[in-house]
Design a protein around this ligand. Structure first.
Ligand code: URA
Ligand code: SF4
Length: 197
């Protein structure tokens, strides 16, 4: 199969997943969401970012990371010369929890199959977890024992080696923590430098 066809196939798979999310009622969040947020970016991305769940602005626009945390995220991408079109960005939950409350275990369980299929379709080389929620879900998925908190392991590279693929997993602080905290922003910028390599 040539390169172009492979890209088309990835795109096709992503669109199919998006379509299912659009119509999903697997947990109660569909009742209160305005728009589901499947994800955004390139089907051919080498780097995938995973956040927690859509917030107010994301729910309004149907796109991930478009509010205050999104502005920080764009700044961080820019600092390593990456554009949104170069990467893929999504969340563990595809629908906004009311008042941005924490995701429930049952909601994560209902929604994870979409994230799993997105990872399978894109086959990223690097997965960046934004915040503790994404970190826990991804570490669990790849059977990586996580004995330390994000304050100890942010910016560190973990390796998952499967039968046919290998993926680097990097826990990062959630960009939202840097909205009013310049020190956090600097820490995040430093951690992002690993992606420039
Ligand atoms: N926070 C997240 O975790 N995801 C978004 O899409 C926006 C804010
Ligand atoms: Fe479906 Fe996920 Fe939305 Fe729940 S959060 S309704 S599982 S897409």
């Amino acid at each position: 199969m040539d390169g172009l066809k492979r890209e088309d196939l990835k795109e096709e798979k992503l669109l199919e997943i998006e379509d299912r999310i659009e119509n999903c009622k697997k947990c109660d969040l569909w009742k209160t969401r305005k728009n589901p947020v499947a994800g955004d970016g390139s089907a051919n991305a080498k780097i995938m970012f995973i956040g927690e769940a859509p917030g107010f602005n994301e729910d309004e626009q149907g796109k991930p990371f478009v509010g205050k945390a999104g502005k920080i995220f764009d700044e961080l991408l820019d600092s390593v010369n990456l554009k949104r079109e170069d990467v893929y960005i999504t969340n563990v939950l595809k629908c906004r929890p009311p008042q941005n409350r924490n995701p429930k275990e049952s909601e994560i369980e209902a929604c994870m199959p979409y994230l799993n299929r997105q990872i399978e379709a894109i086959k990223p080389k690097i997965i960046c977890c934004l915040g503790t929620f994404a970190m826990s879900c991804i570490m669990k998925k790849f059977n990586i024992e996580k004995t330390q908190s994000i304050s100890k392991i942010h910016g560190k590279v973990f390796h998952y080696r499967g039968l046919f693929d290998s993926i680097k997993i990097i826990p990062l602080y959630h960009p939202a923590v840097a909205v009013y905290d310049a020190d956090m922003l600097n820490t995040l910028k430093k951690d992002f430098e690993v992606l420039a390599k």
